[in-house]
Design a protein around this ligand. Structure first.
Ligand code: NAP
Ligand code: HSE
Length: 424
């Protein structure tokens, strides 16, 4: 009897890879009905074959060629991460006629153009839903559902680990304990530095900006910083002012081109993103025809990401040729607008001398660069004062110019703390 099983390969059998194999087994009947036959993992690439794991005999291999050269495998899920040798493996898989689905945001945000061109040349597909916001189908929505829209902006929380840490810290946990728990739960990257310093979110924003605006944006075009330097005092002042601090990714279509960034940002408590807690992510998409939609859901985790990986495998099986919107014709090249020209509201905390005229001098500097103050709090003790100013949106360059001038007034006693703030 002919075996109608569709065989797939996995590069990686860690948090996500093992969940892909398990979900394909657990959901075998339904998946077979949709795919027209069973879908099963034939080989999975790992580094350490001796490590104990729940895999069927003969599935795990340390030999990439066993997957690349297996004629029964038409689709490979790349869930191993890293830039090399992963990039080289994908190029070899395309050359061998295999389509790839990838969860690897760093690889796509750095080498997307090269990889898509190679996939197109070999008439295979490269899909990447799992690379951004795990279970949330934001890639499909932007690439397919919103094709009739001129997309104006993407704003969201796109890293599960940092959102989990910020929520846990708001509940009284320490930064270290919250990060350790995020690692245990499989949310964090193999090296969590990329989560906490904003690099993971920046890669995702680069991918979202590319598909939202049909232009190539790489991680090098995305200024970012993370949550490592946040201080509890700023979360407390933020709460007093009616905000929560979230790591916010933003991509905007501006008259001069596109701008994308990732920064810890004050979000008004009434804002849709303020209520997104734990490992959940949310993305707000603004389009000419739809006004705005917000997608919310689990942004990290083995099963959550595996769900998106399997969805992409099914999309590959259900389509043929180079697939949806793969070709270079999808992209134009828009200029990247420098962050100094992009507008934002700001939160500025200054440790200043508690003397007559200090507040007036600071207000004068802001007025001189045409920045409008939204609110001011001052807490004084022992001849010093904590002065917290929030501003209405202004070009970032002008704000940083003002902070430079405030520093040179000689009234501050420590480095100013600056955070972006979303409009109320
Ligand atoms: P992980 O648990 O560290 O698993 C990585 C797997 O890849 C391991 O099985 C590892 O083998 C294998 N591997 C790594 N480098 C290899 C190499 N050079 N040769 C052969 N095998 C190699 O990572 P993960 O959390 O599953 O994440 C995998 C990918 O999914 C990453 O790109 C990540 O950014 C992305 N992602 C993860 C999540 C999440 O919530 N975890 C969500 C969305 C996207 P050994 O087991 O032998 O070490
Ligand atoms: N480490 C990532 C996060 C996994 O925490 O969001 C999902 O891409």
């Amino acid at each position: 009897m002919t075996d109608l099983t569709t065989s797939i390969g996995l590069l990686g059998y860690g948090t996500v890879g093992s969940a892909v194999d398990r979900l394909l087994n657990d959901r075998a009947e339904d998946i077979a009905r949709v795919a027209g036959g069973p879908v099963a993992v034939r080989h999975a690439l790992v580094r350490d074959i001796e490590r104990r794991r729940d895999a069927r005999d003969g599935v795990l291999t340390t030999d990439f060629a066993a997957i690349r050269d297996d004629p029964a495998i038409g689709v490979v899920a790349e869930v191993m991460g890293g830039i090399e040798p992963t990039r080289g493996y994908l190029l070899e898989l395309f050359a061998a006629g295999k389509s790839v689905v990838s969860a690897n945001k760093q690889l796509l945000a750095r080498h997307g153009a090269e990889l898509f061109a190679a996939a197109e040349r070999h008439r295979v597909q490269l899909r990447f839903e799992a690379s951004v916001c795990a279970a949330i189908p934001v890639v499909k929505v932007l690439r397919e559902s919103m094709i009739a829209n001129d997309v104006a902006g993407v704003l969201g929380i796109v890293n599960g680990t940092t959102n989990f840490i910020l929520s846990a810290m708001a509940g009284g946990q320490t930064y270290g304990d919250a990060l350790a728990r995020a690692q245990e739960l499989g949310y964090a990257e193999a090296d969590p530095t990329e989560d906490v310093n904003g690099a993971d979110a920046a890669a995702k924003i680069a991918i979202l900006a590319s598909i939202a605006f049909h232009t190539r944006v790489t991680i090098d075009d995305v200024p970012f910083n993370g949550i490592e330097d946040l201080e509890a005092v700023d979360a407390a002042f933020a709460a007093e002012l009616g905000y929560k601090i979230k790591l916010i990714g933003s991509a905007q279509r501006l008259p001069g081109g596109v701008a994308a960034s990732v920064h810890p940002t004050l979000v008004p408590t009434s804002h849709a993103l303020a209520g997104v807690e734990g490992s959940f992510n949310a993305v707000m998409l603004r389009g000419s025809a739809i006004r705005e939609i917000t997608l919310v859901g689990p942004g990290a985790g083995g099963d959550e990401t595996a769900s998106a990986v399997i969805g992409d495998v099914m999309s590959v099986l259900g389509t043929s040729g180079t697939g949806f919107f793969q070709s270079d014709g999808y992209f134009r090249q828009l200029p990247v607008v420098p962050e100094s020209e992009v507008e934002s509201g700001f939160y500025l905390r200054l440790d200043v001398l508690d003397q007559p005229g200090v507040l007036a001098q600071i207000a004068r500097v802001l007025a001189d660069v045409d920045i409008s103050i939204e609110s001011v709090i001052q807490r004084a003790a022992d001849g010093r004062a904590q002065l917290v100013v929030t501003t209405h949106p202004a070009p970032e360059g002008r704000f940083f110019d003002a902070v430079g001038r405030i520093r040179s007034l000689g009234v501050t006693r420590a480095e100013p703390t600056m955070l972006r703030a979303l409009p109320r």
